[in-house]
Design a binder for this molecule. Structure first.
Ligand SMILES: C[S@@+](CC[C@H](N)C(=O)[O-])C[C@H]1O[C@@H](n2cnc3c(N)ncnc32)[C@H](O)[C@@H]1O
Length: 255
């Protein structure tokens, strides 16, 4: 399915921007990334864009993982959006009691023989609680399952608990008031990318898309390290994006 077609069907539903959706779609098509793991699904809007890309390259599958408690929290649901786009065959939805780190436990166990884990995924998108402990651990677990040449996408590079919706006291089960001032003010995903991913010997290529809150890492398995901080959008569209986010938050739709 063409990008414009899926964008017309689900493009107005949170939580992925038009720019990031296009970037993800093009990455999947260009690199033919057919076995995908999506950690944090919500309405399944990114799922639909990825499924459309798989349709375009002739097949593949997306394993989607979210929380059991979030099953009825998102309207439209991921199932409804996949139905609407006619792309349901590409995705399998798993809902876990405590979250995706235990799904990763199961997945590593399922794929392990003789104390070695089979590398099965071409792409993983980590877009859940934005938390150092959970997402830091998830990174090391995902690495075990990711193929040589595969990619990890991290959302929320700049996100902090401190700047999150001030009307709520917790985010995805983590209570804000239990965090130290530094933990509240530091972007946890940035620390995962800068301290864990960049230093990891498997990840030779790290790209931070400064204006989109995304960072990507490729499992190159090489000693050479390439790091870039890129801006794709103009100042004007960045400002419009920020205003749009604030507007959504004020309307109660912020994450
Ligand atoms: C921002 S939304 C995901 C958006 C989606 N990737 C997209 O771009 O369309 C974050 C999701 O992560 C889920 N989540 C938060 N903590 C989680 C955890 N520990 N395990 C699994 N899912 C989690 C939330 O329920 C929510 O649906």
């Amino acid at each position: 399915m063409k990008f414009e077609t899926v964008a017309n069907l689900v493009g107005q539903v949170p939580f992925i921007s038009h720019g990031n959706a296009k970037y993800l779609y093009n990455l999947i098509v260009r690199e033919r990334l057919s076995n995908i793991l999506e950690l944090g699904v919500a309405h399944g809007t990114a799922t639909c864009f990825m499924a459309a890309a798989l349709d375009e390259i002739g097949g593949g599958s997306i394993t989607c993982v979210d929380l059991l408690e979030a099953k009825d929290a998102f309207e439209p649901s991921v199932e409804a959006q996949l139905q609407k786009t006619g792309l349901a065959e590409f995705a399998t939805i798993h809902r876990m009691q405590t979250g995706y780190t235990w799904f990763l436990h199961d997945e590593i166990a399922r794929n392990s023989t003789n104390h070695a884990c089979r590398q099965v995924y071409d792409l993983c998108i980590i877009d859940g609680p934005k938390n150092w402990t959970i997402d830091g651990a998830a990174f090391f677990m995902v690495d075990k399952l990711l193929k040589h040449g595969g990619w990890i996408v991290f959302d929320d590079y700049h996100w902090t608990y401190g700047a999150a919706d001030l009307r709520r006291s917790s985010t995805d089960g983590v209570t804000h008031r239990d965090l130290s001032k530094t933990e509240l003010e530091t972007p946890h995903i940035r620390e995962v990318v800068e301290l864990l991913v960049r230093q990891h010997p498997h990840y030779g290529r790290v790209v931070v898309l400064g204006d989109s809150d995304w960072a990507l890492a490729q499992k190159t398995m090489s000693e050479d390290k390439q790091y870039s901080f890129e801006y794709r959008e103009s100042i004007r569209s960045m400002l419009l994006g920020a205003l749009h986010k604030i507007f959504r938050r004020l309307k109660g739709g912020g994450r």
